[in-house]
Design a protein around this ligand. Structure first.
Ligand code: 5GP
Ligand code: MG
Ligand code: MG
Length: 181
């Protein structure tokens, strides 16, 4: 029998830790967005698991939308040149938009996305990510809500892929290096 877990060298964040953290973030966001017009804007595909869990941890009326962007570069590194593959459907003008991300690495993708979305005149625009690799930052982006700061390792699971695989792992893990080198 073959399982994606066999390809994992080390579990960085367990399913339990993810659950706890998402609940905590949901409570903080629920407080911060009282009386606002919240739109959760997920970045496909990496943010799908986090979006599904976070949205259910927020006890407020809200809307959910998604964007898909591609950043030119290798599968493990981004270049900062971003193309919108799928735009959001909801008009965000005057709305309180919270970008929901899987991971912020160089910050180049998010920095581009932020600039593009601000031109569309949301009332507010903030960023929520489940993972952050601060060591790798190249663009100056302010992360408003962050789940976990992690070291500079390539991780998969909880929505994050390598070559479109491993998104379904319920934890965040480090791949065995022989699989991507
Ligand atoms: P940035 O523009 O911040 O460098 O890149 C962000 C995107 O790169 C993430 O949304 C994700 O798709 C990808 N990425 C960055 N680090 C990792 C990682 O450790 N694992 C995976 N699977 N993707 C990553
Ligand atoms: Mg992402
Ligand atoms: Mg990817």
């Amino acid at each position: 029998m073959s399982s994606p877990t066999q390809d994992i060298q080390e579990i960085l964040i367990t399913e339990e830790q993810l659950k706890e953290k998402v609940k905590e973030l949901g409570q903080i966001i629920t407080k911060d967005y009282q009386g606002k017009d919240l739109v959760l804007l997920g970045v496909l595909k990496g943010a799908i698991m986090f979006m599904a869990d976070l949205s259910r941890a927020i006890d407020l009326p809200l809307s959910i939308d998604f964007m898909a962007v591609s950043s030119y570069g290798s599968s493990t590194q981004s270049s900062g040149i971003v193309k919108i593959i799928k735009d959001h459907d909801i008009n965000i003008e005057g709305k309180d938009v919270l970008i929901v991300e899987d991971i912020i690495d160089s910050g180049l993708t998010l920095s581009y996305l932020r600039k593009t979305l601000l031109e569309r005149k949301p009332r507010s625009l903030k960023i929520c990510t489940i993972l952050d690799k601060p060591e790798r930052r190249e663009a100056d982006v302010k992360v408003d809500y962050c789940g976990f700061k992690i070291p500079d390792k390539f991780v998969v699971g909880y929505g994050l892929d390598f070559d479109e695989k491993y998104r379904n792992l319920p934890f965040i893990g480090v791949l065995k290096p022989e699989l991507y080198k």
